[in-house]
Design a protein around this ligand. Sequence first.
Ligand code: ADP
Ligand code: MG
Length: 142
Amino acid sequence: MTIVTNSPAETEQLASALADFLAPGMVLAFVGDLGAGKTTFTRGLARGLGIKAPVTSPTYTIVNEYDTGRLHLIHFDMYRLTSVEELFEIGWEDYRAQGAVLVVEWSENVAEALGPDTVTIQIEKTGNESRDITITGLPGWG
Ligand code: ADP
Ligand code: MG
C-alpha cells in the first residue's frame, strides 16, 4: 500500500500512527535517497512511541538510541558502511538481541544481513513536499 504525504509533518504523523504496530525485535529498513525523509519518518516513529528527545540523523555516530518510550528505539545510519562485516563490528547482533525496534537508514548497504521478516519502508520523492511512502511486511498494517 502506498501512502502520499504532502509535508514533513504529514510524514511524521503517518510514522507516529505506525508506531502503534511496532513490537520488540522488529527491524525497519528504509529504502530511499538522500532527502527522501527517512530521518523525518524516524522522528515520527519516536513521537509515536512517546519519545520526546530530539531525533537527528546518526550520520557520524552510525547509531542513536532512545530508551524513554514504549519500546526501546535504535536508529542506524548505514551510509558509510561498505560491508556486512562492518555491521557486525558495530555490534548489530548485540542490538538485535536487545528486543529493541531497530530502524535502518541506507539499509541497501547491509541488505544481505537483514532477515526475511524485515519491515520495508520505501520513500520516494515525487515533488518538493510530496512523498510516496510504501510500507511492506508490517503485521496488522494496511
Ligand atoms: P533523509 O533522512 O531521507 O536523508 P530527511 O528526513 O533528513 O531525509 O530530510 C527530508 C527533507 O525533506 C527535510 O528537509 C524535510 O523537511 C523535507 N520534506 C519535504 N516534504 C517532506 C515530506 N512529505 N516528508 C518528509 N520530508 C519532507
Ligand atoms: Mg537521514
